[in-house]
Design a binder for this molecule. Sequence first.
Ligand code: ZN
Length: 114
Amino acid sequence: MHETTIAEYLLAQISEEASKQNAKPVAAKISCGKLNAINEDILCFAFDAIAKKTICENMKLIVEQKPLRAECKDCKKSFAIDFESIKCPNCHSENFELLPDAPLMLEEIKFKME
Ligand SMILES: [Zn+2]
């Protein structure tokens, strides 16, 4: 299961950062690409299960999905793809190249303030 692997990875990363900061993490923001989409409910469920009795217990995970991006071959601008009308928002060209999907990233960890 994709989400379980991600939950384990996040728990390891967050725990490491928490011990460096010597603080209890309360929330984390994660971003991922559209094609790599994570099921947020399954991820939170998997994370809660493995975070029990660790410093990460009861943390809140927020998942942000980054839009797929493309680069226009005519004006060289990159843009987020809108699936309703796929063309360059700058010059309206349909001559573009898809950019790689955004990787999974741990963007931010919020710690409890003492
Ligand atoms: Zn363009």
